[in-house]
Design a protein around this ligand. Structure first.
Ligand SMILES: NC(=O)C1=CN([C@@H]2O[C@H](COP(=O)(O)OP(=O)(O)OC[C@H]3O[C@@H](n4cnc5c(N)ncnc54)[C@H](O)[C@@H]3O)[C@@H](O)[C@H]2O)C=CC1
Ligand SMILES: O=C(O)CCC(=O)C(=O)O
Length: 314
């Protein structure tokens, strides 16, 4: 069995795969011209979010049986092409949800208390306590757009901090709501945007969510609101976001994901009321060990014809 891993993976997962066959592991392979050649005799292809798994790329791997996704977002994979070829697709369901949830709290607290900025000012010799008067997140309203694996984990934690939680997710199966179990009051997109102090996005990027947060929607937000995007870049219209942040219609944004990664010359880079991180919300040591082991084990299960709870239904 030959497995090709085209992006960064943690050693534990690679060790499991090495025991059952040959592995080619090159964290930069996703951007190399010879990618199609390297995968031509592969049985398994393991990717993260940068490899573009197109119909054309799949054509260069006629014997491909399984694709493993070291994460959960599937927007870099042509799902129809995978289905047409009858290739199994497994993802690391849940493995990075806690890490993303904790990232959301990291940025909410950063906006509420400004620890990094205050550190800079102390190092510069200031002791300006009034300037760094913060705000509590207790009693504030958190609006969740998408209440799946990540959204629910955020809700559980937000409850512990005494936040009010509202959420928009039109695709939740009725039995799951029971979101009251997580303290989420369901509302329309418009209500969530207009009532929230913090708005956090947790939807996949697809046709229904591209530019879900656009100029019209942003107009509804409180001028004091902070928007957090750790889902996918295309979920927010970045031009509209820039205008809202510059004109004071929105107080701030934290973006872990962008339409173009890295952003290079984006006007968002000029802003002071923004936190920008390089797609690391789900990237912790713990989540990545879990991810690498989960994908390796589930890929092997699929190859052995055993059921896998990480198989993507297509
Ligand atoms: N920045 C990072 O490092 C990471 C980013 N992600 C992103 O977060 C996304 C969500 O991850 P999970 O919570 O694990 O996925 P999930 O599939 O468990 O939850 C997604 C939720 O979004 C809802 N949804 C779908 N379309 C919607 C729409 N138009 N409006 C409102 N809700 C909608 C679904 O019903 C579902 O409940 C991933 O697809 C991925 O793109 C995930 C992990 C790490
Ligand atoms: O794939 C990655 O490296 C980041 C995690 C992510 O975005 C995802 O799981 O969808």
């Amino acid at each position: 069995m030959k497995t090709v891993i085209t992006e960064l993976n943690w050693a534990k997962g690679n060790e499991i795969l090495t025991k059952v066959g040959e592995i080619i592991y090159d964290p930069d392979l996703w951007k190399k011209q010879d990618l199609p050649k390297v995968i031509q005799d592969a049985d398994v292809l393991i990717v993260r979010n940068q490899t573009k798994v197109t119909r054309l790329l799949l054509q260069s791997a006629p014997g491909l049986k399984v694709i493993g996704r070291l994460g959960v977002g599937l927007d870099n994979i042509d799902l129809q092409a995978v289905k047409d070829r009858n290739i199994a697709l497994v993802c690391a369901k849940n493995a990075n949800s806690i890490s993303v949830a904790e990232y959301v709290f990291a940025v909410m607290f950063t906006f509420a208390r400004h620890p990094a900025e205050a550190t800079v000012s102390v190092k510069q010799g200031y002791w300006d306590r009034k300037r760094y008067t913060g705000a509590e997140i207790y009693g504030k309203t958190l609006g969740l757009i998408g209440i799946g694996e990540i959204g629910t984990r955020i809700a559980i934690r937000a409850n512990a901090f005494g936040m009010n939680i509202i959420g928009y997710d039109p695709f939740l199966p009725p039995y799951e709501l029971a979101t009251s179990d997580f303290g989420v009051k369901l509302a329309s997109l418009e209500e969530v945007i207009s009532c929230s102090d913090f708005i956090s996005l947790h939807v996949p990027l697809n046709k229904s969510t591209r530019y879900l947060i656009n100029k019209q929607v942003l107009k509804l937000a409180k001028p004091t609101a902070i928007i957090i995007n750790s889902a996918r870049g295309g979920v927010i219209d970045e031009k509209a976001l820039y205008e809202a942040l510059v004109s004071g219609k929105l107080a701030g944004a934290a973006l872990d994901v962008l339409e173009r990664e890295p952003p290079l010359d984006s006007s968002l880079l000029e802003l002071n009321n923004i936190i920008l991180t390089p797609h690391i919300a789900g990237l912790t040591e713990e989540s990545q060990i879990k991810t690498s082991v989960m994908v390796a084990r589930e890929v092997i299960k699929v190859l052995n014809g055993e059921p896998s709870s990480c198989l993507v239904n297509m």
